[in-house]
Design a protein around this ligand. Sequence first.
Ligand code: ZN
Length: 148
Amino acid sequence: MLQELYHEVIVDHGRHPRNFGVLADATTSQEGFNPLCGDKIILYIRENHGVIEKIKFEGTGCAISMASASLLTEVLSGKNRADAEQLLSDFHQMLIQKSEKCHEKLGKLAILAGVAQYPARVKCATLAWHALAAALNHSIKTVTTEEE
Ligand code: ZN
């Protein structure tokens, strides 16, 4: 049941996203788009000597896409590049390979584990993470959850 996905934390973050808005002094920004659901986000990152000092996002979309972006900004604030890459890899393993190994390391992000059962919703949950990966690589084009 899709209802099961809407854990109260997801609903809370979806309705009241944390770190929402433009980051005026961002060093990198990255757009992401999930055409299947219509979710759009822009991730703003202020990086200083390899540390994500501040991270914010703007966007519109379903509760899962907004909640995932919101949780991402909470978890990544203050992390260095290596930590960010590790979280990206663990999050990917949890949702794409449906691995439970990383739940502990992922902390509150493990809330989104149930989404793995719904392939279409996985795109919603991973959108912000696609944008993060592109931002860390200083991509300049809009990333999409659909391969070209
Ligand atoms: Zn969505």
